[in-house]
Design a protein around this ligand. Sequence first.
Ligand code: AMP
Length: 143
Amino acid sequence: MFVSDILSQKGGLVFSVTPDTTAAEVARQLSVKRIGSVLVLNDAGTVVGIASERDLVRALATHGVKAMELEVRQIMTREVVSCHPDDSIDEVMQTMTNGRFRHLPVIHHNELVGLISIGDVVKARLEETQHETEALKAYIVAG
Ligand code: AMP
């Protein structure tokens, strides 16, 4: 199974904000949209960062409630790691585990085509395991 299989199921919708969006607005969007992170795009549509629940918690721990007035550019991660539609599920699991993050934008021909989360990856891996088990059972029964 590949990243493209996940995207064909969940679609390529990516929630994003601009760098001047406040942390309070990011928190509101994460809550309303029931997501764990947003990509930060500049006016040209280029990915300039990613902000997740963790960044909000870190900002709150550092600045207290004033953190909510900060712009997302002040709390986001700037070095965004991405993946490709042809990457395998195992490869992206490895990337997320090594990087200790749960979200990966998908880039194809320099264009943002989606975003996958650890939840999507685990779901795909479970489906894969289930298919393998069923194929093995069928093989045993047939033999
Ligand atoms: P997460 O586990 O995705 O909530 O993110 C944990 C930390 O990693 C936060 O500081 C995020 O800004 C950062 N992060 C999340 N996704 C990525 C990514 N694809 N590339 C780089 N940093 C990321």
